[in-house]
Design a protein around this ligand. Structure first.
Ligand code: FAD
Length: 545
């Protein structure tokens, strides 16, 4: 009886909605808009102080998108598309954040968002068939459906090095950069990490700092962005037939409208391959170089090795000191098996007299001290340490809500003890009315996420509306369907080179994290067809009650 009373008290004070959304980034904003249009009462909760997600948090110098911004945009409303013009091929973080604010204003989204509110627990109640979300700020939320739009790259990875607390200087994380910026002028600065955020920020930090020391564990392939105005050939394709351009992106492998390449490397002469490579290098486009050189580059080591070698030549040509060039040259993974980066002056920055590269493979960090960093070979005095150490990708933000309790009191972290298992990357068996946007098992980080997010949101909201129409109150995948999706994911990944690299795609960057390739490698277009087929075959793999 006491338990029943407490439950009803909680229900009394809880905010009651049909659908609760966690996150107010690209995904959460579009969810709110679609859910409202479909007539659901809804609320979004975000730990952040405003909309934007990734683009709210990542304010480090040089933060930009690396998918061309004309492609990295919402496409659901043609009027929105023409109401906004991007100023650059790759927009900066402030511009993308302004865009997301513009979208929030245009559709009046902020009135249904609770900012500075972190969801800390989520429990399914079998009797009422509702989720109860506990927050760290204000009323709990009671909802029929619980959607996590919590982001793939939103949970920063904590630093692995001892002594961070002892350091007397300033400490910053690229993923939590201060809103008023940081003055680095005249300071001795360290950047730890050489992933995408580091590669974007290092050239700008080097211009300000008295001295910059970069601590590198694993070198990444980086390509020049050649930023500027959006390329005229892409713009004229978009403006010529906007609908067709967007549709091609939705059916493509990576969510960017390029055709499927069919020529394989060994059909081309050396000179032809080099010409193709040079053309791609000059374009400054990650998706182009990943998909348009030759068809075997992502699936066959020989085809891939040719690209690797050509990029290595570029690195050697850009970096004057041979030892530094060698240290910056990736040698442990196929090109594309780990997320390549897009840079502006990255390699040339190492020619500056005020920049030093520390190769952690040769001299690991021993400790962070009050005055700096000590490696196996030397002590480096520092005023500022910047951690560009990445994210607990794809599952970090989901697991951080703890516990998420489904049917029969089972917690998601227990169910996922051996790694995430999902159906379509969207749902989990035993967790009714629970959805993830770009969850593990979806194309997510291997795609233009704007396209993937819109697909997920449309699919989920359309399903919720159809469910309501048909008088069902719960939806949940079967164990069989989920196991089948796991096998299909494994089959797809054996066809690609992703399995040959230890990366944040596989959880390798987080000590103790279960290893396994988390994104779906079958491609954006094929994934969309599967999701559509699930619907056209009577919600294949789902149990509705
Ligand atoms: P996010 O934008 O991450 O938003 C999730 C939100 O959920 C966050 O605001 C977070 O505070 C909130 N949240 C999480 N957990 C909780 C909780 N428990 N309670 C309350 N709130 C919570 N993708 C591309 O396709 N192209 C690019 O060029 C590109 N560039 C990127 C550059 C950087 C620096 C980074 C970090 C990522 C980039 N990405 C890019 C990936 C990017 O994350 C996605 O494109 C997209 O912004 C994700 O949107 P989202 O709404 O799914 O998640």
């Amino acid at each position: 009886a006491m338990v029943a009373t407490r439950a009803s008290d909680e229900r009394g004070t809880a905010q009651q909605v049909d659908v609760a959304v966690v996150g107010a980034g690209f995904a959460g904003l579009y969810l709110l808009h679609r859910l409202r249009k479909a007539g659901f009462s809804t609320v979004a909760l975000d730990e952040a102080g405003d909309v934007g997600g990734t683009w709210y948090w990542n304010r480090y110098p040089g933060a930009r998108c690396d998918i061309q911004t004309i492609d990295y945009s919402y496409t659901f409303d043609p009027e929105l598309e023409t109401a906004w013009t991007w100023s650059e091929k790759y927009a900066t973080q402030p511009e993308i954040l302004r865009y997301l604010g513009f979208v929030a204003d245009r559709y009046g989204l902020r009135r249904d968002i609770r900012f500075k509110t972190k969801v800390i627990e989520a429990r399914w109640d079998d009797a009422s068939e509702r989720w109860q979300l506990t927050t760290d700020n204000g009323a709990p939320v009671s909802c029929r459906h619980y959607i996590m739009a919590t982001g793939c790259l939103s949970a920063p990875k904590p630093p692995e090095i001892d002594g961070v607390k002892d350091f007397k200087g300033e400490v910053y994380f690229t993923g939590r950069w201060p809103h008023d910026g940081v003055n680095l002028a005249g300071k001795r600065v360290a950047v730890i990490g050489t992933g995408s955020s580091a590669i974007q920020s290092i050239p700008l930090i080097a211009e300000q700092a008295a001295h910059l020391t970069v601590f590198q564990r694993t070198p990444n392939f980086a390509l020049p962005a050649h930023n500027g105005p959006a390329p005229s050939d892409r713009m004229s394709l978009l403006q010529g037939d906007r609908a067709a351009y967007r549709e091609q992106a939705r059916q493509s492998m990576a969510g960017v409208p390029y055709p499927q390449q069919t020529v394989v490397s060994w059909q081309l002469t050396d000179a032809e391959r080099r010409a193709r490579f040079e053309e791609a290098w000059a374009k400054g486009d990650l998706v182009y170089i990943l998909t348009q050189l030759w068809a075997d580059q992502a699936v066959d080591l020989d085809g891939n090795k040719i690209v690797q070698d050509l990029i290595r030549e570029k690195i050697r040509a850009a970096v004057k000191d041979p030892e530094t060039a060698a240290a910056l040259t990736p040698d442990d993974h196929p090109f594309g098996a780990k997320r390549p980066c897009l840079d502006t002056n990255y390699y040339a920055t190492y020619n500056r007299p005020n920049v030093t590269l520390v190769n952690l493979r040769q001299e690991p960090i021993k400790a962070i001290t009050a005055g700096g960093i000590t490696t196996a070979r030397r002590s480096i005095d520092l005023d500022v340490i910047v951690f560009a150490t990445g994210f607990d990708a794809m599952t970090g933000a989901i697991r951080a809500v703890h516990p998420i309790t489904g049917r029969g009191g089972k917690s998601l972290s227990d169910v996922w003890a051996k790694g995430p298992e999902t159906y379509l990357g969207l749902t989990v068996a035993g967790f009714p009315n629970f959805f993830m946007i770009t969850g593990p098992g979806s194309p997510s980080v291997l795609s233009n996420m704007a396209v993937s997010i819109e697909q997920h949101v449309d699919w989920v909201v359309d399903r919720l509306a159809a469910l309501r129409e048909a008088g069902f109150t719960t939806i949940e995948p079967t164990e069989t369907a989920q196991a089948g999706w796991g096998r299909h994911m494994a089959d797809c990944s054996t066809l690609t080179l992703h399995r040959l690299a230890n990366t944040w795609y596989t959880g390798a960057n987080v000590p103790g994290k279960v290893q396994g390739l988390m994104p779906y490698t079958g491609g954006v277009g094929p994934y969309r067809s599967i999701c559509d087929e699930v619907v056209s075959r009577g919600m294949l793999g789902f149990r509705l009650t």
